[in-house]
Design a protein around this ligand. Structure first.
Ligand code: F6R
Length: 614
């Protein structure tokens, strides 16, 4: 949530910062702003409500000179999205500018104290407190900017990644983090700083991930310095990124979401590469091998996640229980962290997160580790906070996901969970005969099966025209595909703003059936599986009440074809992996309905990709 970027070097800072903001815009797009230190010693701050394009238009006739600057794209928490609340915020004297990602919990106390000292506040944000506090400390103690930041942060409760510049120290940027991500890019005579590596990768693949309670001192033409908030030098661990710029572009597609849907044959191939061989029925996950005893002795697994990742967790529960025969619970991270759970060192907590930055999931991990549980991460973003906070884990390796609605990450998570279930099951010897062969051979075929499912694109586009203006949708599924129904409904509501509810198909008759009439379409996920006959009855119950049915079925299913209004045929796939294939038509349906409604699918209103606040 919120993206920050900073640059110091020899290039025009404005160009680097604007490019960086575009890359970070998926983190928030309520307002944007930039602060530049001009060659003639001015601090120029430009900010506006709206997207980065609006900021660019706003800056067209402005002085954007200078090689040092910081910038921000906002997802509003404190104060409505307007020009004044947009970042960068500046100090009373106008000499300091600051951008911030996170939330300052004690901002009211700090604000009142600063107001008593004569500070005037312009915005309603929690962030402004930081810049005023830093200036206050700097002036009262007559100290350097670094010392002022260090001292000021001691007073702050909350989460932050910040970047600060000072007109009196024009060749320096100070960065600091606690519970919000900050990455520093090391180039030749230039240094970058950003919420994630996407604005940096175009210029350098050498990065340093700042740790909590660390402060980065970035000076023009000088090596990076990192100190802790208690003023001890910290280690500088330079990592080499393997991301490429082309992964961050639309590659000819009109939207990132569509590109990411169509990328799935390749992303799933990347996800299983090196883990499932071209022959045989074994799965190799280094995280499981290295922690063999933990998995062998586990009494219970608790999966914690949010949103789409939580839906993947529900599928993971069935996979692990069925294949590895370990009891599994699935919890919303936001509930789990405050539930005072009973945890022991025989529990394994699996945290699932695409971004690896979700605040609730991160807090749940920290709590679980304190209680002695072993924490295993399933993340996409390499080097993210969650990936670093867990004891071990497996990356899904699907490449950067930029569209705010998660698509390829979901299929990657389910794929990893199926491999994890099998790897643990093989270790324990609990896998039933034939199951390992069935799962591994389906995993190998997944990229091809996804390709076949993607052929539905055109027919789904046509179908979406019929349903563009309905107000509600019901999604039903059973077994492995009950979570698919939840996920299908979430995709539709988040990008098309149509209310949609996912339900276990058989539960429909205990309430939601009352909603069914000719105005409520129902998407029924009904591939060939153990419960196929049962779901046919559920479809008939909907039809008998005048509802229309769009059914996702296995190719050749003539029974459902005769009853449903529309069918979307997917290829035959092993039942435990069917959610991966089923999700393709559901993603496409949500996409095309949203496009027909004229919605911005990559940046749906009120949402942000990386939820770094509670
Ligand atoms: C929905 C979506 C969100 C995320 C959720 C968790 O399409 O993207 O529901 O799944 O915010 O995010 P991560 O997986 O990054 O922890």
């Amino acid at each position: 949530m919120c993206g920050i970027v900073g640059y110091i070097g020899e290039q025009p800072a404005y160009d680097v910062l604007i490019k960086g903001l575009h890359r970070l815009e998926y983190r928030g797009y309520d307002s944007a702003g930039v602060a530049l230190l001009s060659p003639d010693g001015e601090l120029n701050i430009y900010k506006t409500r709206g997207k980065v394009d609006d900021l660019e238009r706003f800056c067209e006739s402005k002085d954007v000179s200078g090689n040092v600057g910081i910038a921000h794209t906002r997802w509003a928490t404190h104060g409505e999205p307007n020009d004044v609340n947009a970042h960068p915020h500046f100090s009373c004297s106008g000499r300091l500018a600051l951008v911030h990602n996170g939330t300052i919990e004690n901002y009211n106390v700090l604000k009142t104290a600063l107001e008593l000292q004569g500070c005037t506040f312009r915005s309603e944000t929690d962030t402004e407190v930081l810049v005023q506090l830093i200036e206050y400390v700097k002036e009262t103690n007559d100290c350097s900017l670094v010392d002022a930041v260090r001292e000021a942060l001691k007073e702050v409760i909350g989460a932050y990644a910040i970047a600060v510049i000072d007109v009196n120290d024009p060749d320096m940027i100070i960065g600091a983090r606690k519970s919000s991500p900050l990455v520093i890019g090391i180039g030749d005579n230039e240094t970058f700083l950003a919420s994630d590596a996407t604005p940096i990768i175009e210029f350098t693949n050498k990065v340093v991930y700042l740790n909590d309670d660390e402060i980065a001192i970035i000076k023009k033409g000088q090596p990076l310095q990192i100190i802790s908030t208690d003023n001890r030098p910290a280690e500088i661990d330079i990592k080499t990124l393997r991301m490429s710029v082309s992964q961050l572009e639309k590659g000819g597609y009109p939207h990132f979401m569509l590109k990411e849907i169509f990328e799935q044959p390749r992303t799933i191939h990347d996800c299983i590469r090196g883990r499932v061989g071209s022959k045989g029925a074994t799965v190799t996950l280094s995280g499981v091998i290295e922690n063999k005893d933990r998995f062998l002795n586990a009494h219970r697994i608790i999966i914690v996640a949010c949103g789409t990742s939580w839906h993947a967790g529900l599928i993971g529960k069935r996979l692990i229980q069925e294949i590895a025969r370990i009891p599994v619970e699935v919890e919303y991270a936001s509930e789990f962290r405050y539930s005072n759970p009973v945890l022991t060192d025989r529990d394994i907590v699996i945290a699932i997160s695409q971004s690896g930055e979700t605040a609730d999931t991160l807090a749940a991990i920290q709590m679980a580790r304190k209680c002695g549980a072993f924490v295993y991460g399933i993340c996409n973003v390499v080097g993210s906070s969650i990936a670093r906070a867990t004891d071990s884990g497996t990356y899904i390796h699907v490449g950067p996901e930029i569209g705010v609605a998660s698509t390829k990450a979901f299929t990657g998570q389910v794929t990893v969970l199926s491999m994890l279930a099998l790897a643990i099951g093989q270790l324990k010897g609990s896998v039933k005969p034939g199951v390992a062969e069935e799962i591994t051979s389906s995993l190998r075929r997944l990229p091809d099966l996804i390709k076949q499912a993607l052929k539905l694109n055109e027919s789904i586009e046509q179908l979406s025209g019929i349903y563009t203006y309905v107000h509600n949708f019901l999604y039903l599924g059973r077994g492995f595909n009950y979570p698919s129904a939840l996920e299908g409904a979430l995709k539709l509501k988040e990008i098309s703003y149509i209310h949609a509810e996912g339900y276990p198909a058989a539960e429909m008759k205990h309430g939601p059936i009352a909603l069914i009439d000719h105005e409520l379409p129902t998407v029924v996920i009904a591939p060939n599986d153990e419960l196929h006959e049962k779901i046919i009855s559920n479809i008939q119950q909907v039809k008998a009440r005048g509802g229309s049915v769009i059914a996702v079925v296995t190719k050749g299913d003539t029974t459902i074809a005769d009853i449903a209004d529309h069918i979307l045929e997917i290829p035959e796939v092993a039942e435990p992996l069917s959610p991966v294939i089923v999700s393709i038509p559901l993603q496409l349906l949500a996409y095309h309905i949203a496009i027909k409604k004229g919605c911005n699918v990559d940046m749906p209103r009120n949402l942000a990709k990386s939820v770094t606040v509670e």
